[in-house]
Design a protein around this ligand. Structure first.
Ligand SMILES: [Fe+2]
Length: 233
């Protein structure tokens, strides 16, 4: 993705979330220079991967296939392994109208996908067989506490206020209809480097960036190159 496009999309995202009454944490508004100047204070932010995140899933057309995210909190995998402590995560996301997040599942993470406002969030679901998506298989999910048994490929249509709980092995793709949707994710500890399995092997979780102007905000994927590892922070 072009850095100039990333900068513009981030500005649009901040305004869109504000229009829904949602204010991101203070470090969301720090410039790259401020992040660098304060890197001694932010090792927990770097370690947890908190902050702005944007992807075109390696397809090169963000508005067609892509997602904007901000990870507001994220626990510790060590806590999850020992079975107690900070085992949760939360993200704010924007799914644009007709913008696909491609079919995928998670090995560890269960997640509630919540429509916080805007248009309708469509979630298409399949079951899985031995770690692969099975397009002949449906699944059973809970939507705000109500059990729903779904046929293979059945599409949930979540209006503002509605949500679905997805478990590991539930294969899901989603997009917005009618208007852009402000989406929240409440989940188990999140590990975007290892816990996303996409049905299409050509899909990638993070995008390459072409630097055609200075970054307005850093993305989580910029931290290692621009700020160093958390231990160096
Ligand atoms: Fe997911």
């Amino acid at each position: 993705m072009l850095r100039s496009d990333i900068n513009r999309i981030l500005r649009e995202a901040e305004a869109f979330m504000l229009s829904h009454g949602y204010i991101l944490p203070p470090f969301s508004r720090w410039s790259p220079e401020e992040m660098k100047a304060r890197k001694g204070e932010i090792s927990a932010i770097l370690r947890a991967g908190l902050g702005w995140d944007m992807t075109d899933f390696g397809k090169g057309d963000f508005l067609k296939t892509g997602l904007l995210l901000f990870t507001t909190r994220n626990g510790r995998l060590e806590d999850l392994k020992r079975g107690g402590g900070m085992v949760y995560a939360e993200k704010a996301m924007i799914s644009r109208k007709d913008q696909l997040t491609p079919n995928h599942t998670h090995i560890v993470k269960s997640e509630d996908i919540i429509n916080r406002g805007g248009g309708v969030l469509v979630v298409e679901l399949f079951g899985g067989t031995s770690d692969a998506c099975d397009r002949q298989k449906g699944t059973t999910v809970f939507c705000d506490g109500i059990e729903r048994t779904l046929a293979p490929g059945e599409r949930l249509r979540l209006s503002p206020g509605e949500s679905v709980t997805l478990m590991p092995g539930d294969w899901h793709a989603f997009w917005a209809e009618e208007a852009d949707v402000f989406v929240a994710e409440v989940s188990t500890v999140n590990d975007d480097t290892a816990d996303n399995i996409f049905e299409d092997p050509e899909v990638t979780r993070f995008s390459g960036i072409e630097e055609d102007e200075a970054p307005w905000r850093l993305l989580v994927s910029d931290y290692p190159t621009m700020l160093g590892t958390p231990d160096q922070a």
